[in-house]
Design a protein around this ligand. Structure first.
Ligand code: SAM
Length: 280
């Protein structure tokens, strides 16, 4: 019987057979821990369709295909496309798309998958060099109800961070505004090939119900990013730059009851939301 791709000896066999060496520039660390890979797939709410970013040589994709009705996987590295086609040939519910995920029309794709399969989740071992960009992109997409991602431990900690702590950032603020955020488990560096120097964590985001339109969420997030742009600057200075208007910035803060000398890092999501409401 063929071993799962995530079994270390099978991963090595595939890498050797196709002459693949992990590309650092694409953030490639392949998961070689069958228990973690299967658990991650099982816990990702795979009832309907699952979107994966960066299938690599298919270890997580294989497990997702066992649990989900359909898997749509985006891979940027063209060397891996024929490998994925071969190693996943036993499954007929996987679509591999050779594309930079950040250039995809995610709203259209997620809407199409939701119509066909009922629910859409994301499950991925994210490339570390664009973790935040990918997550921001997914956060904006209303049809994705659950996101289960493996990220570097320190990034994971930023999601769970509370206002006032050094790790609190635009990412924490946005994540906690839209989702219930939960750390599922820690993944040691030795579970990857090649092994990174740092541990990773699996974080899950379950979307809260919201009446807001995608446009509203997008413009609120643009404001959040503006407020956090220069962490050491005051909310007033960041807002002034974001609005390109000193008077408007000072008026908005006054109406929202926010002290202009504070920093976004110390403010709750609700306080930033107040500024947004005033500006609307
Ligand atoms: N899922 C595999 C695993 O767990 O073994 C590989 C995970 S590896 C950390 C990240 C993967 O993302 C790599 O396969 C890499 O080529 C791919 N990747 C990097 N940037 C990407 C992008 N912009 N769009 C799609 N895939 C990308």
């Amino acid at each position: 019987m063929t071993k799962f791709i995530s079994v270390p000896s099978r991963t090595k066999e595939i890498l050797d057979q196709y002459g693949i060496r992990a590309k650092k520039g694409y953030g490639q660390n392949f998961l070689v821990d069958p228990v973690i890979v299967e658990k991650c797939a099982q816990m990702s709410h795979p009832e309907g369709a699952v979107i994966e970013i960066g299938p690599g040589i298919g270890s997580l994709t294989e497990q997702l295909a066992r649990y989900a009705r359909f898997v749509c996987a985006y891979e940027i590295d063209e060397r891996l496309i024929p490998v994925l086609k071969d190693v996943l040939s036993a499954y007929d519910n996987i679509e591999v798309i050779h594309k930079d995920f950040l250039t995809e029309d995610l709203d259209a794709k997620a809407a199409e998958l939701k119509k066909q399969y009922g629910t859409v989740s994301v499950c991925a071992n994210l490339p570390y060099y664009i973790t935040s960009q990918i997550l921001f992109r997914i956060f904006e997409c209303q049809d994705i109800s659950c996101i289960t991602v493996m990220v570097q431990k320190e990034v994971g900690e930023r999601f769970a961070a509370k206002p006032g702590s050094a790790e609190y950032s635009a990412l924490s603020c946005e994540g906690q505004y839209l989702y219930d955020v939960k750390k599922l488990f820690t993944v040691p560096g030795r579970s990857f090939n090649p092994s990174p120097n740092v541990d990773s964590v699996i974080i899950q985001f379950v979307r809260r119900d919201t009446e807001e339109t995608p446009e509203e969420i997008r413009s609120f997030f643009a404001l959040v990013r503006g407020c956090f742009k220069q962490r050491r600057k005051t909310i007033y200075n960041n807002l002034k730059e974001y609005l390109q208007d000193a008077e408007k910035a000072s008026e908005a803060l006054q109406k929202a009851g926010i002290d202009p000398s504070r920093r976004a890092q110390e403010m709750t999501t609700d306080e930033i939301r107040k500024i947004f409401e005033v500006l609307k």
